[in-house]
Design a protein around this ligand. Structure first.
Ligand code: 3AT
Ligand code: MG
Length: 356
């Protein structure tokens, strides 16, 4: 039974878990919103096929990985089922012109960006009170694969994983630490922090490491090689559920409290690299120590926070995080830890204060 204080603590943790579910549920996209977005995807796919008949337009990012919030942007990727095709920048220009002629979207082609994309938006209207924002990229097959990987992780334990991720996405947006352009971390980066925590920090783990489970049947190694990257992961979730069950029984609230504690006090930001594939790695073994990376001109902004991409192992997903950005993010992790510790018995108030 435990002491009265322990019983109070247990009760408040259960209340906080309930408050987290309630908080997240009201932020999920409506069925209508999802239907409109699917109609938009189909319309755009039809139009793009007038230029390239052998193309498909696939969703990736939050629209496809199970971590979508109301009014999230749409990430779309055009894939070609033919060898012969134009360069991505020519396609961006061509598709941009087509969409200007044929649709009511505001269209902004960015043919010379590092990853060429067409940006689209629709103004709010009575049927679509928040409008739509959408990016179309080309042949970004790794993004499709990392989206599938995150989807599989979300399906293994939907209640705990989705609640944690969705809460952290809202929290990071409201606390203004979800903006790679301003030196903080993308949503994708936060999702990787959560998965790392659930696979490698929690003991017993809440999630298995899907990239380390061998295939059921012998496979050729090139079957899972994409642009030179190994993209293998165990994606048969039904089989996995029969063979693997987490013995971690912590509630969402306990996990959230521990997540904030870990990233505010325990993770070794100066030397550590977060890898969902391989666990804790070292900056110096990856050549990511702050002073030695010639890709970064500004010495203040070099690999402050290191998160290895699950497939592109030489790519730091958090490379845009600046010194000031990391200071803000860590400050927010500490504030969140403090708020949750100070108000254990008033869960709904604590969540409101956390996301103020
Ligand atoms: P939002 O709902 O848009 O906030 P999201 O889940 O769509 O969250 P992002 O918009 O950050 O996440 O990213 C969309 C996808 O783009 C996720 C991943 O497939 C790819 N991606 C984003 N940022 C990176 C990155 N830094 N490195 C590699 N892939 C990335
Ligand atoms: Mg997105």
């Amino acid at each position: 039974m435990g002491s009265p204080a322990q019983r109070r603590q247990k009760c408040s943790v259960a209340e906080l878990s309930q408050a987290l579910f309630d908080f997240v549920v009201q932020l999920l996209p409506t069925a209508e919103e999802l239907a409109v977005k699917e109609d938009v995807r189909k319309l755009l796919e039809r139009l793009i096929r007038t230029i390239e008949p052998d193309s498909r337009l696939l969703s990736f990012g939050s629209t496809a990985n199970g971590f979508s919030l109301r009014n999230s942007d749409m990430d779309l990727c055009c894939i070609f089922d033919t060898e012969e095709r134009m360069s991505a920048s020519n396609l961006v220009t061509l598709v941009g012109d087509l969409l200007v002629r044929e649709t009511k979207f505001h269209v902004k082609p960015l043919p010379h960006a590092r990853i060429p994309i067409v940006k689209l938006s629709l103004d709010p209207s009575p049927g679509l009170p928040h409008g739509i924002a959408c990016d179309i990229g080309f042949e970004n097959r790794l993004a499709i694969e990392n989206t599938r990987l995150l989807l599989c992780y979300s399906l293994i334990d939907p209640t705990r994983v989705r609640t944690l991720v969705l809460f952290l996405k809202v929290w990071s947006k409201r606390r203004k630490v979800n903006s790679p352009y301003k030196g903080t971390l993308s949503s994708y980066g936060y999702v990787l922090l959560v998965i790392y925590f659930l696979v490698h920090v929690k003991n017993p783990p809440v999630l298995p490491n899907l990239q380390q489970i061998p295939p059921l049947h012998p496979t050729q190694s090139d079957e899972f090689t994409l642009n030179g990257h190994n993209t293998w992961f165990f994606d048969d979730i039904d089989v996995l559920r029969q063979r693997w069950q987490s013995s971690n029984t912590e509630s969402v609230a306990e996990l959230l409290i521990d997540f904030f504690r870990f990233y505010s006090r325990e993770f070794t930001y100066n030397s550590g690299v977060i890898s969902i594939r391989a666990g804790l790695l070292k900056k110096d073994t990856k050549g990511w120590q702050n002073d030695n990376d010639p890709r970064f001109k500004d010495p203040r902004e070099r690999n402050r926070l290191c998160i290895e991409d699950p497939f592109e192992l030489d790519y730091n997903v958090a490379r845009c995080v600046t010194k000031d950005g990391l200071y803000l993010i860590r400050g927010e992790f500490m504030r969140a830890s403090r708020v949750l510790a100070a108000r254990p018995e008033r869960a709904y108030l604590a969540l409101a204060e956390l996301c103020e």
